[in-house]
Design a protein around this ligand. Structure first.
Ligand SMILES: Nc1ncnc2c1ncn2[C@@H]1O[C@H](COP(=O)(O)OP(=O)(O)OP(=O)(O)O)[C@@H](O)[C@H]1O
Length: 582
């Protein structure tokens, strides 16, 4: 809250001033009554105008306090979201993946929102809740210390009972928050997994988890209510204005009876004393809000404390000399608890050559591809791009060297043109269209309702996997970076798309250093170098023909691949016949 601290302070100051003016207003009201009683028939105009002015000023200041608090909350929300997204853009991918997209979204959205609500609605109340009872008590003591003590006695009794009710509050709040979190994650899971749910279990097991979470939530609430219910409600009764009023009324009449109390003072005490008890209620509500917002603050602070991977400054960084890639004895594990995903891997990729990464599932091919872009830092060894350790260049420099085409293409809900322009925002329309044509994407883009201005994902414009892939390829062509990393770029290709994709890729790869993860071994027969991985180790390397002759892992993979091609053809035709008969 520090960035908007002074504005919050101003709001709280206004709120305190309005509370004090409210008291002054009551004092003037009592004096007005006194004047009316002492000189019947005359109007104490000055006092009455004073009461009116104080009332107006009280409400103006209260309004001002809430205005300031709301402006502070809007500013805070914006500042926090900017800072959080800035941090997330620069922390390692490892951190982002470990936290999970859902949890991070919740922090940026919900936790910042609850801080907004707290600052906007509660900070002025907070100031009031503390100053009103203290100031009221001081005035009451000045008016009549015996009545003041009577009113205080009621408050102390109410607090005593309330503390009994709140004895195990810390533990209950924790249980309550845990149960609530479980309900919300069960809902998220239920909704996100809807396609799987519909296909496999008609919702029984996921919905069951949601129901269990709800039942546990209900159990916590019921227990909390049962354990603290009576004491809490009883203390609410004691702390409501009525008991204080009764005590002051009874004590005051007894003192007046004995001629020991001026009736005007008594009236003033009666007018003021309820303010003390009234201020206590919001204090209790605020305590609950503070507890809730503390959890949000802790989560926001966790994200803000996530460490940046060390990067050199623009002055000290080293610039890559050419478009080569080199792994030197690289080992890597995703987390300290995981097994090594890569073990002592070394290889060289010369500028302008094509290198294919192959191997069984889980061998570490995608890991190699992602380490080149420094999504994670290696555990040992080093990765050189253009002869420079990736740790010794800024991420901007690395980005200018390497373009990436992932298997899971993500398009922003923006126009097709802006999706292609990502990374080269200044590209003009002609070069953008040229890139789309080279990527075999121009024709289908022109068939969309608004051509290049069509917004992806809106008004039913959903693109097929192959089309999305070609938009990403157009993006990479436009970026025209010297090194290209392709991770399963043809994964989504259907027969109709595949020819277009292969054509697009070959244009993209022209004159570039290419490192591609490949499952379809036929597409990489002509690669300059094939690196074969198995369980994190680089087990073989060389050209296709030589590797087939070696009769090792690659020869086995190649054999399996060829068998699979033949097998799938036969199976597909039989399957089709069976389905038709059915
Ligand atoms: N984000 C991650 N966190 C933890 N472990 C991971 C992560 N990504 C991959 N791994 C593990 O690292 C190993 C290598 O995975 P990788 O994705 O590089 O294999 P791959 O050869 O690309 O497999 P595939 O062909 O199936 O995509 C696997 O054991 C995998 O379980």
């Amino acid at each position: 809250m520090r960035p908007v601290g002074s504005q919050i302070g101003y709001a709280m100051g206004l709120s305190v001033a309005s509370a004090l003016l409210g008291l002054l207003c009551m004092g003037l009201l009592a004096l007005t009554v006194k004047a009316l009683l002492e000189q019947p028939g005359t109007w104490p105009w000055e006092l009455m105008v004073g009461v009116l002015a104080c009332t107006v000023a009280t409400y103006m200041m209260r309004l001002g306090a809430f205005n300031q608090a709301h402006y502070a909350a809007f500013r805070l929300e914006r500042i926090l979201r900017m800072r959080l997204s800035d941090r997330l853009a620069r922390v390692s991918m490892g951190y982002v993946q470990a936290q999970g997209a859902g949890a991070l979204t919740k922090v940026i959205h919900d936790d910042v929102r609850s801080l907004h609500v707290f600052v906007a609605d509660s900070t002025p109340l907070y100031a009031r809740a503390y100053i009103t009872p203290i100031a009221t008590f001081c005035v009451l003591v000045w008016l009549d210390w015996r009545l003041a003590l009577g009113a205080l006695g009621v408050l102390v009794l109410g607090f005593g009972i309330l503390s009994l009710a709140l004895r195990r509050r810390g533990e209950m709040v924790r249980l309550y928050n845990d149960a609530r979190e479980r309900v919300s994650s069960a809902i998220v899971e239920f909704v996100q997994a809807m396609p799987v749910v519909r296909t496999f279990d008609t919702g029984h097991s996921t919905f069951g988890r949601y129901q269990q979470a709800l039942a546990a939530y209900l159990a916590v609430l019921t227990r909390w209510y049962r354990e603290s219910g009576f004491a809490a409600r009883f203390s609410w009764v004691v702390l409501s204005p009525m008991p204080t009023l009764l005590v002051v009324l009874w004590l005051g009449s007894w003192l007046t009876w004995h001629g020991d109390l001026d009736p005007v003072r008594w009236l003033a005490v009666l007018l003021l004393c309820t303010g003390m008890a009234e201020a206590v209620m919001p204090m209790m509500m605020l305590r609950h809000m503070v507890d809730k917002v503390k959890l949000s603050i802790a989560r926001i602070q966790d994200v803000m404390a996530a460490p940046y991977p060390p990067v050199p400054s623009r002055e000290t960084e080293q610039l890559p000399r050419e478009a080569s890639v080199r792994f030197e004895d690289v080992s890597f594990r995703y987390t300290p608890a995981d097994d090594e995903a890569l073990s002592r891997v070394s290889f060289d990729v010369a500028p302008g050559t094509i290198t294919a990464l192959v191997g069984p599932s889980g061998a570490g091919k995608s890991t190699v591809a992602k380490l080149i872009l420094r999504f994670w830092d290696v555990s040992s060894g080093r990765i050189l791009v253009g002869g420079v350790n990736v740790r010794h260049m800024t991420s901007d420099t690395l980005m200018q060297q390497v373009a990436f085409v992932f298997q899971d293409t993500f398009l922003f809900s923006d126009s097709v043109a802006d999706n292609i322009r990502l990374g080269t925002p200044d590209a003009d329309m002609d070069s953008l269209i040229a890139a789309a044509k080279a990527a075999q994407a121009h024709d289908f883009i022109m068939a969309l309702p608004d051509g290049y201005d069509t917004r992806v994902g809106e008004r039913g414009v959903f693109l097929s996997g192959g089309q999305r892939q070609r938009i990403t390829i157009a993006r990479a062509i436009l970026q025209n970076r010297p090194i290209l990393v392709l991770d399963e770029a043809t994964a989504f290709a259907d027969p109709e798309n595949e020819a277009a994709l292969v054509d697009a890729l070959s244009r993209l790869m022209r004159d570039k250093t290419v490192i591609m993860v490949a499952h379809r071994l036929a597409t990489i027969r002509d690669a300059d170098q094939i690196l074969v991985f198995d369980r994190g180790h680089l087990v073989e390397g060389g050209k296709h023909d030589a590797l087939v002759k070696q009769d090792g892992t690659y020869a086995r993979l190649w054999q399996n691949y060829e068998t699979a091609q033949n097998w799938s053809l036969g199976q597909t035709s039989r399957h089709t016949i069976i389905t038709q008969e059915a």
